[in-house]
Design a protein around this ligand. Structure first.
Ligand SMILES: Nc1ncnc2c1ncn2[C@@H]1O[C@H](COP(=O)(O)OP(=O)(O)O)[C@@H](O)[C@H]1O
Ligand SMILES: [Mg+2]
Length: 233
């Protein structure tokens, strides 16, 4: 078996407010293999976002080991973590977080330029991804001129643009109505599974509703033992 693209061991995260400490992650052991598409399950408040934030190296404050694409995050300084984030991770959030002053194409081109791509290649890839997501006629639209579903499709294209070894998605369709959410998720997963653009096969770890479980290759319910146990200090 190949090395997991993501591996956590004994991952812990707690939040303290006043004299109450909430242990949200209480030692999560998790492996995601290359090509795996994982739905992270657990009721609201069970720590899905906290886990995705820790794995996304957005902030410190956790204990334990996080290995991404063969590198141990805990051993890196801020600069090293930023570099690992940039090189190894793509993100889709519930809110699109697109840059409002740039159009759809530019929003997908910019992270590629930051990553060192040639302009021509970056433009080509942005158009290929956006067209595959049905936005071929929306390339010059700014986010404010796009529907919610279209904005999330641009966010998906942006997350995939640099072909990161791992894509993290925190309720990527959570702001959309049910029908649009189904369509966007199907397109997202279809794209990653290579149905539209062959060279994309990337693992995803996503917090998503139970009703989509069968759409994913596998599920993890690793949080139920770690969910929101409160402890007075
Ligand atoms: N920054 C924070 N400060 C204090 N408590 C937090 C913070 N972030 C999350 N929590 C708490 O951690 C628990 C898990 O939250 P979260 O990871 O957002 O759950 P989920 O995404 O599964 O709904 C909740 O009880 C929440 O209140
Ligand atoms: Mg959440």
């Amino acid at each position: 078996m190949s090395e997991p693209v993501l591996s956590t061991r004994g991952l812990k995260r707690s939040f303290t407010q006043g004299d109450v400490t909430i242990e949200v992650l209480r030692g999560v052991d998790l492996d995601v293999q290359p090509g795996e598409i994982v739905a992270l399950l657990g009721p609201s408040g069970s720590g899905k976002s906290t886990l995705l934030q820790a794995v996304g190296l957005l902030e410190g404050g956790f204990e334990g080991s996080i290995r991404i694409a063969g590198r141990e995050a805990a051993s890196l300084n801020d600069e090293g973590r930023t570099e690992l984030r940039r090189n190894a991770l793509g993100f889709v959030y519930q809110f699109h977080h697109l840059l409002p002053e740039f159009n759809a194409r530019e929003n997908v081109v910019l992270p590629q330029l930051i990553h060192g791509a040639e302009t021509e290649a970056a433009l080509g890839r942005a158009e290929q991804l956006l067209t595959a997501l049905g936005l071929g006629a929306r390339l010059d639209h700014r986010p404010s001129k796009l529907s919610g579903g279209e904005q999330q499709r641009v966010a998906v294209a942006r997350a995939l643009a640099n072909k990161p070894p791992l894509v993290l998605a925190d309720e990527p369709t959570g702001n959309l109505d049910e029908a649009t959410a189904d369509t966007v998720l199907a397109e997202f997963l279809g794209l990653v599974r290579g149905r539209v653009v062959p060279p994309l096969w990337q693992p995803i770890m996503s917090a998503s509703p139970q009703r989509w479980t069968e759409w994913f290759g596998s599920t993890r319910d690793c949080l139920d033992s770690g969910a929101g146990r409160r402890r007075a200090r």
